[in-house]
Unconditional design. Structure first.
Length: 419
């Protein structure tokens, strides 16, 4: 099946007034973009930016989303140190384990200098100039983060580095200690009913460790943040709300402004309208979600289930990734409808998550709960979530095995996954 251009009328026109199917974040996510922030150069020189984010910032999830959505490549300073320091000292020392490296750097911290690490980073990003690299400059390991040789003369070393690899901006996932404490308090409050008696002591110890790690990170990050801030090349995103998807939407919005085009959407929500465009009180054509008519974009509307879903994934990735990540799928008029009552087992072992309750206690259920309310309150839809962070909503009458099978196939059919 090909991934060529699809018909222009595959997506229904916007109809007003629009109903909101997708839950909106309760607070606005603030982003501050420095006035000298630029996009990536069009020339074939390496394209890279620095990311900074400490404990509780969600940096790992943001990096994963950037790699998945834009095909970026992570370059971790910590990984480079662990890989290349043993080679650097091999003529005098033998470092076999991470503990060996830790013991050496505690005695001789000067073995790792920032300029050496930046040369390693430069070598990595020059391997494939056409790629976009995320430079995670600060280590997570505490004993590496404490090494002041990794931040000494930061401005001087970054200027030398930028003579070879220009960094148009640094992305700072901003979190204050007060907001970190609020997040920890909220987390412990919401899980208190599930904890055994006496767990408060453990909570306090966890909080104390998190605060110490946060302070350590802030000290290590300060020279890098200051460097880009002074030059007005800092993009600072307030992540204190902890609203993962809303924060990501704001970050994606920024990358769209610098003309970086997505490979595929993340946090996708797809409603499979097996019962038609009107369900209860809800008419999907009057919502803000684009309706993708499967028969219009499929290479062969009468083809196999695999082929239909491959066409769907190609269309979403090629035509919709920069515009939206919530869709209504109209499968009527295709052979997908003949599979609805199938009891076919998953073709191989896979992780999928499905609704069994109709409350709002999980990230999956919140979509089906909200949709069911819009339909009139009675359960009309159930949700299945794949390991690729795609939430698929199906009518409750559709066979569970079919829903799970669709989730598995959808996670495999994106062009970026097959590349």
């Amino acid at each position: 099946m090909g991934c060529g251009g699809s018909k222009a009328d595959a997506v229904s026109p916007t109809i007003s007034p629009r109903k909101s199917i997708v839950l909106q974040p309760p607070v606005a996510i603030n982003i501050n973009v420095g006035e000298n922030v630029q996009g990536f150069p069009a020339t074939p020189q390496p394209r890279a930016f620095v990311i900074v984010g400490g404990p509780g910032s969600g940096k790992g999830r943001v990096v994963a989303n950037l790699c998945s959505m834009y095909g970026m490549v992570l370059v971790s300073a910590e990984d480079l140190v662990l890989k290349f320091l043993p080679k650097k000292v091999a003529h005098t020392l033998e470092l076999k384990t991470t503990k060996d490296i830790m013991d050496l750097l505690r005695k001789e911290p000067e073995r790792v200098q920032l300029d050496w690490v930046l040369r390693l980073v430069q070598h990595q990003v020059e391997q494939q100039p056409g790629k976009t690299y995320i430079i995670d400059i600060l280590p997570n390991l505490k004993w590496l983060q404490r090494n002041e040789c990794l931040i000494a003369n930061c401005e001087e070393h970054l200027k030398v580095f930028e003579e070879k690899v220009k960094i148009p901006f640094a992305l700072n996932l901003s979190l204050t200690q007060d907001s970190l404490e609020n997040t920890l308090d909220y987390s412990h409050h919401n899980t208190s009913n599930m904890k055994p008696a006496g767990a408060t002591v453990g909570d306090e110890a966890d909080n104390s460790r998190a605060k110490r790690r946060f302070s350590m990170h802030q000290k290590a990050a300060a020279p890098f943040v200051d460097y880009f801030s002074k030059q007005k090349r800092l993009v600072s995103v307030d992540v204190s709300s902890g609203l993962e998807e809303a924060i990501w939407d704001k970050i994606h919005e920024f990358f769209t402004t610098i003309d970086l085009h997505a490979w595929r959407p993340v946090y996708s929500v797809m409603v499979f309208a097996m019962s038609g465009m009107k369900v209860g009180n809800l008419d999907f054509t009057e919502t803000e979600m684009p309706v993708i008519t499967l028969k219009d974009i499929a290479d062969d509307p009468a083809g196999t289930l695999d082929g239909l879903l491959e066409s769907l994934c190609c269309y979403i990735d090629n035509e919709m990734a920069d515009k939206n990540h919530h869709f209504v799928i109209d499968p009527l008029g295709t052979t997908i409808m003949s599979y609805v009552n199938s009891t076919q087992e998953l073709s191989k072992n896979a992780i999928v998550f499905s609704d069994r309750r109709h409350d709002q206690s999980t990230c999956i259920n919140k979509f089906s709960v909200h949709l069911n309310k819009l339909c009139g309150g009675d359960p009309q839809f159930k949700a299945v979530c794949s390991s690729e962070d795609e939430t698929l909503l199906f009518p409750v009458t559709v066979n569970d095995a079919f829903c799970k099978h669709i989730a598995l196939l959808m996670s495999e059919k994106h062009p970026s996954k097959r590349a």
